[in-house]
Design a protein around this ligand. Structure first.
Ligand SMILES: *Cc1c(COP(=O)(O)O)cnc(C)c1O
Length: 423
C-alpha cells in the first residue's frame, strides 16, 4: 500500500496533515480480527467504533448485501420505496421502546442528530411556540461532528470557542454524577431542574446519551437519573432526544439503553451498529405526537431528505444484522463479556497511574490519571496482538459480542500489561 501517499494526501479522523499520526494498513478482517498487510492479526477491541457487533466477514451479512446488490444497490427515496427499507423500519418500530412509531432513515450518526434537532424545532414551531428552539445538553456529551450536532457536544472537548459565531448557542447542564445502579436524589438533579425551570420557554428539548456517555468521557450513569429527566421533560413541556448511536443494539446490556430506565424518548437516534459495521446508515425515530405535530405545521412536511436516504444495500444489511443479533444469545454474551472484563481488568484498580476502572455491558474502561501517549500505547498493544484506540486519559474496549473467552483474555491481559507498565 502507498502509505506515503496516505500520509501526504488523506485526512484520517481528527488528524494532522503536517504531523500525521501512524496509520496501520489493514488488508482484510475476519471474525474478531483485523489482518494487517504484513499478515499480523489483531483482536479488534473497538468493534470499529461500536459498530461491528458480529465481527467481520460475516456470511449472513455478506449474503444480504450480495442478494440486494443483484436487485439494486440504490434508488432515490423521493417518491419511491422498497422492501429493504420497509422491512428494516418494521423491525426498528418493533424493537425500540414503545411509542417510537415513525422512522427517518439518515446517512450517518451526525446526520441523524441533525434530523432529531430539526424535528424538535419544527415540532414546537408548529405548536405556535417558535421561541422554543434551544436545546439543553449535558457536559461530557458527544453527539457528532456536523454543526448542529457539534453545538450540543461538550463545549470544551468540542472546541466551541473555535467556532464561535457559527455554532448555535445551547444550554449545558453538569454531567450526571450518580453512578449506574444508584438512586438519584433531588440534589443530584437540582441544577438540571433549575435550568429547565428557568429556560423552559426557549427550550425545545433535552438531548442526551442515555446511561453511557461515549466519546465525551466514557461515563456510565444512573437509570434513575434518566427516569427523572424524562419526568422533568413531561412536567415542563420539553421533548427528550435520546442519542443511542453508540449504545443501541445491546452494548449496554439492554437492547437499548433507555430500557434500563424503562422510558420512551420522544426522539431516538440510532447509527453505528445499525448495519453490523458494514455500511453507513442511521435512523431517527419519533413518536406519533412529534410526527403529527411537525406535519400539522406551517411547512406541512418534515424538511429533510438526503440523496442517499434509505439506501437499499444498507437497509438490507441492517435488517440482516438485527435478525442475526436477535436470533442469537446476544444478552448472555454481553453479560459474559461484562463479567470477564470486570474480573480481568480489576488488577488495574490498584495501579498507580489508574484513576478508575469501570465496566458496563460489553464496555470496559480504564481511566488513567494522565493523558496517554496514543501512538506508543498503540504500538505496545499491537505487539500483543490487540487493536485499541485510546483517547486522552481513556483506554477502553468494546469488542464484538462474538469474541471468545480466550480472545477476550488476550485483550484484557494486553491492557493490564501495557497500562500496568505505565504505572
Ligand atoms: C458516533 C456518535 C455520533 C456520530 O455518529 P457518526 O456516524 O460518527 O456521524 C453521535 N452520537 C453518538 C452518541 C455517537 O457515539
Amino acid at each position: 500500500m502507498d502509505l506515503d501517499f496516505d500520509r501526504k494526501h488523506i485526512w484520517h479522523p481528527y488528524s494532522s496533515l503536517i504531523d500525521p499520526p501512524p496509520v496501520y494498513p489493514v488488508a482484510r478482517a475476519e471474525g474478531v480480527r483485523l489482518y494487517l498487510e504484513d499478515g499480523r492479526g489483531l483482536i479488534d477491541g473497538m468493534s470499529s467504533w461500536w459498530s461491528a457487533l458480529h465481527g467481520y466477514n460475516v456470511p449472513e451479512l455478506n449474503q444480504a448485501m450480495r442478494e440486494q446488490m443483484d436487485k439494486m444497490s440504490h434508488v432515490m427515496f423521493g417518491g419511491l420505496t422498497h422492501e429493504p427499507a420497509i422491512e428494516l423500519c418494521k423491525k426498528l418500530v418493533e424493537i425500540t421502546p414503545p411509542g417510537l412509531n415513525r422512522v427517518f432513515l439518515a446517512d450517518s450518526g451526525s446526520v441523524s442528530v441533525e434530523v432529531a434537532i430539526k424535528m424538535a424545532i419544527q415540532y414546537w414551531h408548529s405548536q405556535g411556540k417558535p421561541q422554543k428552539s434551544k436545546l439543553l445538553a449535558l457536559r461530557n456529551g458527544y453527539h457528532g461532528d456536523t454543526f448542529g450536532a457539534m453545538a450540543t457536544c461538550d463545549p470544551i472537548t468540542g472546541m466551541h470557542h473555535l467556532f464561535t459565531g457559527q455554532l448555535s448557542q445551547h444550554l449545558f447542564a453538569p454531567a450526571p454524577q450518580v453512578p449506574f445502579g444508584s438512586t438519584c436524589s433531588d440534589r443530584d438533579i437540582a441544577e438540571l431542574r433549575q435550568q429547565v425551570e428557568e429556560n423552559r420557554d426557549q427550550l425545545a428539548a433535552i438531548i442526551l446519551e442515555p446511561i453511557v456517555q461515549g466519546a465525551g468521557g466514557m461515563r456510565f450513569y444512573s437509570a434513575d437519573y434518566l427516569r427523572r429527566v424524562r419526568e422533568l421533560c413531561d412536567e415542563h413541556d420539553l421533548l427528550l432526544i435520546a442519542d443511542e448511536i453508540a449504545t443501541g443494539f445491546g452494548r449496554s446490556g439492554k437492547l437499548f439503553a433507555c430500557e434500563h430506565a424503562d422510558i420512551t424518548p420522544d426522539i431516538l437516534t440510532l447509527g453505528k451498529a445499525l448495519t453490523g459495521g458494514t455500511m453507513t446508515l442511521a435512523a431517527t425515530l419519533c413518536t406519533d405526537k412529534v410526527a403529527e405535530g411537525i406535519c400539522q405545521g406551517e411547512a406541512g412536511v418534515f424538511m429533510h431528505g438526503p440523496t442517499f436516504m434509505g439506501n437499499p444495500l444498507a437497509c438490507a444489511v441492517a435488517d440482516a444484522s438485527i435478525q442475526l443479533l436477535l436470533s442469537g444469545p446476544w444478552q448472555e454474551r454481553v453479560t459474559a463479556i461484562e463479567q470477564q472484563m470486570t474480573e480481568q481488568l480489576a488488577p488495574l484498580k490498584s495501579a498507580q497511574n489508574v484513576a478508575d476502572v469501570r465496566t458496563l455491558g460489553a464496555i470496559g474502561v480504564v481511566e488513567m490519571r494522565e493523558p496517554v501517549k496514543m501512538a506508543k500505547l498503540q504500538e505496545a498493544l499491537i505487539e500483543r496482538g490487540v487493536w485499541l484506540r485510546p483517547f486522552g486519559k481513556l483506554v477502553y474496549a468494546m469488542p464484538p459480542y462474538v469474541i471468545s473467552k480466550e480472545d477476550l483474555s488476550q485483550l484484557t491481559s494486553a491492557m493490564v500489561e501495557v497500562l500496568g507498565e505505565l504505572s
